[in-house]
Ligand binder design. Structure first.
Ligand SMILES: [Zn+2]
Length: 84
């Protein structure tokens, strides 16, 4: 994973890398936000390719860049998903 050292919006170097975005659910349970791609087409018990979202946030302008750790896996899952 390549990490950028400058904000692509304002050019600031105050970047906060590898932050996770959490969703606060019932009883304040935290869930990491993730991408799900369905890779089977059954009525129940479908299989999904999951990928956690990493955020890189600019400490100057607040721009947020999201990325995943396994883009190749996700791409393969996406191709499979499209052919379902
Ligand atoms: Zn910025």
């Amino acid at each position: 994973m390549s990490t950028q050292d400058k904000c692509s919006v304002c050019g600031s170097n105050k970047l906060m890398h590898d932050l996770t975005i959490v969703d606060h659910g019932h009883m304040d349970a935290k869930h990491d936000l993730s991408v799900h791609i369905k890779t089977s087409d059954r009525l129940i018990f479908n299989t999904f390719k999951k990928s956690k979202l990493n955020a890189c946030i600019c400490g100057s302008c607040g721009s947020v860049n999201l990325s995943v750790n396994n883009p190749q896996e996700l791409w393969q899952a996406y191709l499979k998903h499209k052919s379902l």
